[in-house]
Design a binder for this molecule. Structure first.
Ligand SMILES: C[S@@+](CC[C@H](N)C(=O)[O-])C[C@H]1O[C@@H](n2cnc3c(N)ncnc32)[C@H](O)[C@@H]1O
Length: 272
């Protein structure tokens, strides 16, 4: 636990905004917005297709030459990597991806009610494109960044198989460079690559001016290493992020005008 944080279950969260986030991340279907539950049934086919694809990738015999711009790996040595190993060790799990789908679906519905607007999402770290597929299936405008061309090519192939390639905007390049050359305007950024404390702080700082009003950042692996823990502590101390929620090793950062400062570590109910 970090000093600033209070541990809470999704049920005990008082702020309606965080309660809605927390229940879509952690609660059983009967506590989730009923329209999201209805959509979950409707989207069952695409979820199955994505998970069949993940299973195929786990069985793949292909190897790719990878250019790594990240913080190094505890699983891989060298630049030649088996696709099966990437699929097993690098990607977000089905449960995490599905939780993100629910949250984005919920937020997206509220935005659509206000006009014909879609949520705009950036994923920093495409890898094989499996989580990207979930973000896209949530009906968001999705942009995704990957530093390794060969990896991005595998992802694009996967989206073609899923019929999602036309709706995903994929860019190849280093995060630092892509961040400098973009105007942004995202409602949510999932920082899922380069888990280095210093780099994370740099990206998050840069993202402040690239988010839409009320936009948020989700940082993966905030307790992965000493450096990432230090970075998370610094982010908690940054008064700009007045609402934070730590969930399953990830940290949500919000800048909400007028909100009471609060930092929550969400208790996890299920085994993921
Ligand atoms: C953890 S994986 C992403 C997993 C993916 N989001 C998923 O769950 O399906 C991180 C990816 O980010 C890429 N990456 C890491 N550091 C990067 C950087 N500095 N610039 C561009 N890409 C980077 C890596 O090549 C890797 O494919």
């Amino acid at each position: 636990m970090f000093k600033k944080e209070k541990r809470k279950s999704w049920r005990s969260v008082q702020s309606p905004f965080i309660f809605n986030l927390a229940r879509h991340l952690e609660a059983r279907s009967r506590y989730v917005d009923e329209r999201v539950v209805e959509d979950e049934v409707e989207y069952d086919k695409i979820f199955k297709d994505i998970e069949n694809l993940r299973a195929d990738l786990k069985r793949s015999t292909d190897t790719i030459a990878v250019e790594d711009h990240g913080a190094g790996s505890r699983v891989f040595k060298g630049s030649s990597r088996k696709v099966s190993k990437i699929a097993k060790h690098v990607l977000q799990s089905e449960r995490v991806a599905k939780s993100l789908w629910k949250v984005l679906r919920f937020w997206g519905m509220h935005l659509e009610e206000k006009g014909n607007i879609k949520l705009s999402v950036l994923e920093m770290g495409t890898s094989l494109g499996v989580t990207t597929a979930y973000l896209s299936a949530a009906g968001c405008d999705v942009e995704t960044w990957e530093g390794c061309q060969n990896t991005a090519d595998v992802a694009r192939n996967n989206w073609i198989k899923l019929g999602l390639d036309k709706q995903i905007d994929s860019k190849v390049g280093k995060f630092d460079e892509l961040l400098k050359s973009t105007k942004g305007g995202w409602d949510m950024v999932f920082l899922d690559g380069h888990h280095d404390g210093g780099a994370t702080l740099r990206y998050v700082e840069e993202l402040k001016s690239k988010l839409s009003t009320g936009g948020c950042v989700l940082v993966d692996d905030v307790v992965w290493s000493k450096g990432m823990k230090t970075a998370w502590r610094e982010l908690l101390d940054d008064s700009y992020w007045n609402v934070t929620v730590r969930w399953r090793g990830k940290g949500w950062l919000f800048h909400i005008d007028g909100a009471v400062e609060q930092h929550i570590a969400l208790s996890c109910v299920f085994k993921f």
